[in-house]
Design a protein around this ligand. Structure first.
Ligand code: KIV
Length: 282
């Protein structure tokens, strides 16, 4: 815990959890993931929350799932993101294995994430089964965003990235949502939950619901930024809307660079330096 939080030096005035909670029933909350400073700056200009998701493991580190993500990875990317934010609130995911053992383990790791990254809150996966831990954290100054429905860290238990909450499962999702709310979470992510159920949960809860693959009736929406920009293409759930094809743009740019280098078209004279300080390309 030796690092100085990045927020201590700047004049950052971030949105804080009570403000997010108070947005219930107001204008939709806008949330995107971010993992780097340049992306955090872009997200900050338009979003309420920059989520340092453990999706970073798949999106930036090439892992097959989020299970291999470590505290060190979350701290590294969390610090990078908070450096790029002025207004948006940073929320950092607690990685698999960092909070499930006991409330005390969760507190130690949540405190480390907040202190070392400067994030205002943590997110952790699980409903009723994590309620005791969420209550322990919130009672000790750690704002918690819940995450229910499809919880990707439980992909092996769930048997894949499936819709959660159809038919008889709906009651369990409702109980999870109520447990997370009662435990003191300031908001809850609903992932891959049928839209009508997400709408009913949004009506039933006093905290904002933030949907991903959960329909338009949630209090806010989140996407993985590389999914919507088209820079992560290995895996495309149907809930992703592509707002750009930056992967294709980057591919074309890299191909053009490679062709220029091979044809000795790059660098051109204007990209070089003269031998004398007063020359035209000084
Ligand atoms: O890790 C992540 O990016 C997330 C969002 C998909 C909600 O948890």
């Amino acid at each position: 815990m030796s690092a100085t939080p990045p927020t201590a030096q700047g004049a950052r005035r971030p949105v804080l959890p009570p403000e997010i909670r108070a947005r219930k029933g107001q204008a939709p909350l806008v949330v995107l993931t971010a993992y780097t400073t340049p992306m955090a700056r872009l997200v900050d200009a338009h979003c309420d929350i920059a989520l340092v998701g453990d999706s970073v493991g798949m999106v930036l580190h090439g892992l097959p799932s989020t299970l291999g993500v470590t505290m060190e990875m979350m701290i590294l990317h969390g610090r990078a993101v908070t450096r790029g934010l002025q207004r948006a609130m940073a929320v950092v995911d607690m990685p698999f294995g960092s909070y499930e053992q006991s409330p005390a383990q969760a507190f130690a790791n949540a405190a480390r994430l907040m202190v070392e990254t400067g994030a205002a809150a943590v997110k952790l996966e699980g409903g009723a089964r994590m309620a005791e831990t969420i209550a322990f954290l919130t009672a000790r100054g750690v704002p918690v965003m819940g995450h229910i429905g499809l919880t990707p860290q439980a992909v092996n238990t769930l048997g894949g990235y499936k819709v959660v909450g159809r038919d008889a499962e709906a009651q369990g999702v409702l109980q999870d949502a109520q447990a997370v709310e009662a435990a003191g979470a300031f908001a809850v992510v609903l992932e891959k939950v049928p839209a009508p159920l997400a709408g009913r949960l949004t009506q039933a809860l006093s905290i904002p619901t933030i949907g991903i693959g959960a329909g338009v009736d949630c209090d806010g929406q989140v996407l993985v930024v590389d999914d919507m920009l088209g820079t992560f293409t290995e895996f495309r759930p149907r809930f992703v809307k592509r707002y750009a094809e930056l992967g294709q743009t980057a591919d074309a740019a890299i191909a053009a660079f490679a062709a220029d280098v091979r044809a000795r078209r790059f660098p051109a004279p204007e990209h070089g330096y003269s031998e004398t300080a007063s020359g035209p390309a000084a």
